[in-house]
Design a protein around this ligand. Structure first.
Ligand SMILES: Cc1cc2nc3c(=O)[nH]c(=O)nc-3n(C[C@H](O)[C@H](O)[C@H](O)COP(=O)(O)O)c2cc1C
Length: 402
């Protein structure tokens, strides 16, 4: 165990409450040392162990899958530290999924989450042409040609990808934008995979439970990236994490994973207080060296202090929380007439590429949650341990106050 890890965990042990933290942090220490010696991990001290027991992981910290934003080293580091590492596969071919899984598996046998999308792309030639017209002044200003929309776009999770995932057998398969058809969910479960999906409303959470998920990710409106919404298209239906998590906990029997605006131990402790059994954190991991983000995105995150974020559909066709930049401000944040996901991204593509080549993020998708300013530039494994230690410390302090 590294000296920073030891210091963080000892700090938690020193100030933590009896029930939650002295024992918890010491067990955490013991468990990390045991892991280092190849012994099975042990964990204690968390008020709700349902997800830890389900996945046999040490810390209830799930690093969010973030499409196009992380390297395979990130889940390796997070899972290696006792959290759950995730890799986003929504934009990958089956060969790429096989390759990335092999890369991760060569470095760790710890639990891994592979993540896929269940989007539906609705083609409408009139909408697509109308949107290019809407953006015409930008194409002219930047001196680029409007793009041709492709005849086919990235497919949602389907039977062919299911064959690959059944063969790879990751411990967890998570979905965004709903679930695939029942026969595919059944095949994944029969292969031993635990199934998660995101809910942005109580109705979506109930639907997911009825359709077989093993845990619901309650994604509050603070969350960075795409809203997982799939039963509603109405952005005003989106609820903050503090309000959503306890209502989802009351509505479903499966474990609830809180997501959205959680960036440090305080947020994790709050999620447990609301009844969650784990957290899923995205933006907090974007400043890790294992993230694959542009220099412009990194700079925006590092100067996040008072940076405004908004839920906008103009970058891809689906609502996503991003830093407000020129295209979001001038055309959005929520516009009508945007082509269906992911065609919105095709329309913006040439503008983004040209602007970025000139050092401008005016047309980039700068995905970020509302707690972006709490981000820390730490290696992903170290951040995971720090988050767990901070949360135990905070839970312990709250326990003493009670
Ligand atoms: C850059 C970025 C990309 C994301 N991509 C995905 C994705 O591919 N699949 C997914 O299920 N969730 C994705 N999300 C959403 C996360 O799973 C999670 O809900 C969110 O990060 C939680 O909020 P936070 O960013 O405030 O921690 C993404 C989030 C971010 C910030």
């Amino acid at each position: 165990m590294g000296s920073i890890e030891r210091r963080e965990l000892m700090k938690a042990a020193a100030v933590g409450g009896i029930a939650l933290s002295i024992g918890g942090a010491q067990s955490l220490l013991a468990s990390n040392e045991a892991r280092a010696q190849g012994a099975p991990p042990r964990a204690a001290g968390w008020p709700n162990r349902s997800l830890l027991d389900l996945l046999k992981i040490d810390h209830p910290v799930i690093q969010a899958p973030m499409g196009g934003h992380i390297s395979p080293d990130m889940p390796v580091a997070v899972s290696g530290s006792g959290g759950l590492g995730s890799f986003p596969c929504s934009a990958l071919t089956s060969t790429q999924v096989r390759d990335v899984a092999a890369k991760i598996r060569a470095q760790t046998t710890k639990p891994l989450n592979l993540n896929f999308f269940c989007h539906v792309t609705q083609r409408d030639a009139a909408v697509e042409a109308g949107w290019l017209k809407r953006l015409a002044t930008y194409y002219t200003e930047l001196g680029v040609n409007p793009p041709d929309f492709p005849t086919s776009t990235r497919p949602p999770f389907g039977a062919e990808m299911c064959d690959v995932v059944v063969e790879l057998r990751p411990q967890v398969v998570s979905f965004h934008f709903g679930l695939p058809e029942k026969s595919l969910v059944d095949r994944l479960k029969a292969a031993g995979c635990v199934i998660f999906s995101s809910a942005t409303t109580v109705t979506e959470a109930r639907w997911l439970e009825e359709h077989g998920v093993d845990a619901v990710i309650a994604q509050g409106a603070e969350a960075g990236g795409h809203r997982g919404m799939f039963l509603t298209r109405e952005p005003t239906s989106q609820v903050g994490t503090l309000a959503l998590v306890p209502q989802v906990v009351d509505a479903v029997k499966v474990p609830v994973i809180a997501a959205g605006g959680i960036a440090d131990g305080r947020g994790i402790a709050a999620a447990f207080a609301l009844g969650a059994s784990s957290v899923q954190m995205g933006t907090a991991y974007l400043l890790c060296p294992e993230a694959r983000i542009s220099a412009l995105h990194r700079a925006a995150l590092k100067s996040a202090k008072d940076k405004l974020t908004a839920i906008s559909n103009v970058l891809t066709g689906r609502p996503a929380r991003v830093f407000v930049n020129r295209i979001v401000r001038e055309v959005g944040p929520l516009a009508t007439g945007v082509p269906s996901f992911p065609l919105g991204a095709v329309a913006i593509g040439p503008l983004r590429t040209k602007a970025e080549s000139q050092g401008s993020a005016d047309f980039s998708g700068l995905y970020a949650g509302q707690a972006a300013a709490l981000g820390r530039e730490l290696p992903a494994g170290e951040l995971t341990l720090k988050l767990a230690a901070e949360a135990l410390q905070r839970l312990g302090a709250l326990g003493r106050a009670g």
